[in-house]
Write a protein that binds this ligand. Structure first.
Ligand SMILES: [Zn+2]
Ligand SMILES: [Zn+2]
Length: 351
């Protein structure tokens, strides 16, 4: 592999909904970093919030954290890696010594913000720089385009871990966008059979059925009992609800679908606060909890699952990859539910 080029194309955030392809210097690695030529980078729900809705993202920054690619340069202190290896980006660093880290809960590291000492640009660009300690090798036989699902799969697996679901439980998944769809595929691989998916968009309902959901429902058809009847349970009452949409109405509807002792796990981030009926919660001993990023070892498990026989990666990824200048349109399509699968951004790499 020859020397790195000087400039590359990058999709740079300007203002909410406006992303421009600009020329940027190709990053050079610090001693503990490596440079990766990006093969594919998925568009995340958080990218929709940041790039389209403008939640706390700085103009001039480059997003994209769900990437796979090939190592093209190593920092001076990097050992154990070589140029040409296929990798995916992994979790951000955790302290490893606080109470939560020692409990095996890196998502709740008490020092998690302090551990992120610098913000580097993301992978909606031809090249990305990463900590050598923060990338993972692809398992044998896993295509780099499929491997780019590792991060959202790790998110889906963490939501499932948080739910304590077991084979035999009944599960409802609200929202069959990328995380909901990955959750369905992961639940099926664990032997969970009773999965009802609640999703307003037809294309996503079809995807959910193709992934093996046992029932797909339009939210308008859900039975929701009013809050002044906390003893009445829905006829579809379930053990576990995975809320993957972040919409207030879905969170509240999900809460109302829980049977006795049920658990609602909020995976999708939202800004509009839901209202829960405390009496329903008390009388039925319901649990409402959140799920943030990943399990310990979550990326390894995600890669293993993605590489497993018969895993439906091609169903989960939208067939139409986009280039850097297609991100704006794809964000709209995803936000409106017109696109069912995960959209992969494939940057054009100059010869
Ligand atoms: Zn993501
Ligand atoms: Zn910690």
């Amino acid at each position: 592999m020859g020397p790195l080029p000087d400039v590359m194309a990058a999709a740079v955030y300007q203002s909410p909904g406006v992303i421009a392809v600009e020329e940027r210097p190709v990053p050079r690695p610090k001693p503990d970093q490596l440079v990766v030529r990006v093969h594919a980078c998925g568009i995340c729900g958080s990218d929709i919030h940041q790039l389209r809705d403008g939640w706390g993202f700085q103009p001039g920054a480059v997003a994209g954290h769900e990437w796979s690619g090939t190592i093209v340069a190593l920092g001076d202190d990097v050992t154990g890696w070589s140029v040409g290896e296929l990798v995916v980006g992994g979790a951000s660093p955790r302290c490893g010594t606080c109470r939560r880290c020692l409990e095996g809960k890196p998502s709740q590291c008490e020092d998690r913000n302090a551990m992120i000492t610098e913000h580097t640009d993301g992978a909606f660009a031809e090249y990305v720089v990463a900590r050598a300690g923060g990338v993972l090798r692809l398992p044998e036989g896993l295509a780099p385009r499929h491997a780019a699902l590792a991060e959202p799969m790790a998110v889906a697996l963490h939501g499932i871990t948080r739910s304590n679901v077991a084979p035999g439980d009944t599960v409802m998944v609200f929202g069959a966008g990328p995380i909901g769809a990955l959750s369905i595929a992961a639940l099926r691989s664990m032997g969970v059979e009773e999965i009802t998916v609640v999703e307003p968009h037809e294309g996503r309902r079809r995807l959910a059925a193709d992934l093996g959901a046992s029932a797909v429902v339009d939210p308008a058809d859900l039975e929701v009992f009013p809050t002044w009847e906390p003893e009445r349970l829905s006829s579809r009452a379930v053990h576990v609800v995975l809320e993957c949409s972040g919409h207030r109405a879905a969170i509240e509807a999900g809460f109302n679908q829980l049977g006795r002792g049920g658990i609602l796990v909020m995976v999708g981030a939202g800004i509009d606060h839901p209202t829960f009926d405390i009496n329903r919660m008390i009388l039925n001993e319901l649990t409402v909890t959140g799920s943030f990023v990943y399990d310990l070892g979550g990326f390894e498990r995600a890669l293993e699952l993605l590489a497993s026989d018969g895993f439906p990666a091609d169903l989960l990824i939208d067939p139409a990859d986009v280039t850097l200048d297609g991100i704006t349109d794809a964000l709209e399509g995803l936000a409106h539910g017109r696109i069912a699968g995960k959209v992969m951004v494939v940057p054009e790499v100059r010869a």
